[in-house]
Write a protein that binds this ligand. Structure first.
Ligand SMILES: [Zn+2]
Length: 191
């Protein structure tokens, strides 16, 4: 067998098509069908943004991601420059934790809690804060698990534009079982 023939044997038709697309600059062009993927599946490349199932998706570092959720999560933890309550400048190191929970600066929280103590309402307030902390934690865990499952159960799209399915992903039933137990435990910590 000649060297050329040997090389030819090593390449499938799909590889040849992919190389042709690469040479012609059609990087995102569909060149083959990934295992277990229907023909109707659209192919997207790095940085593309599209909507499917009522959500916005993108491909970052080769991984399909739900950017709607990421953006919302980011926004929820963004702190404005000035305290919405008193208007003074906020400091990331001091006020961030207070802003996340109370939507105001540390000074405002201290003042507010002082007023509550005077009014004899502090105990009830503290219980509510702890409970809402737990609720927030439960929500964080839920969305983390959900996003991990979304990534694990969807396909990678390679640089060549091929769709490649994850193999050996997590046992979803077991994951949800564990999640339910964790939530149950957290709920029991409420005041
Ligand atoms: Zn303030």
């Amino acid at each position: 067998m000649s060297k050329v023939q040997g090389l030819k044997k090593q390449f499938t038709e799909r590889d040849v098509n992919r190389m042709r697309n690469l040479i012609q600059g059609k990087h995102g062009e569909k060149v083959g069908q990934g295992v277990g993927y229907s023909k109707s599946e659209k192919h997207y490349k790095e940085g593309d943004v599209w909507e499917a199932d009522g959500r916005k998706w993108t491909i970052k570092d080769g991984i399909k991601q739900n950017i709607t959720k990421l953006d919302a999560a980011k926004k929820a933890h963004m702190m404005p420059i000035f305290c919405p309550s008193c208007g003074s400048k906020m400091h990331v190191d001091i006020d961030k934790a207070y802003y996340n929970l109370h939507k105001k600066c540390l000074n405002c929280v201290v003042k507010f809690e002082h007023e509550l103590r005077k009014a004899g309402l502090y105990e009830a307030y503290e219980a509510r804060i702890i409970n809402s902390d737990i609720d927030g934690f439960i929500n964080d865990i839920k969305s983390y698990i959900e996003s991990q499952l979304t990534i694990s159960n969807n396909s990678y799209i390679t640089e060549q534009g091929d769709v490649e399915k994850w193999v050996g992903g997590p046992n979803i039933e077991k994951v949800y079982e564990g999640l339910a137990k964790t939530i149950e435990h957290l709920e029991s910590l409420k005041k």
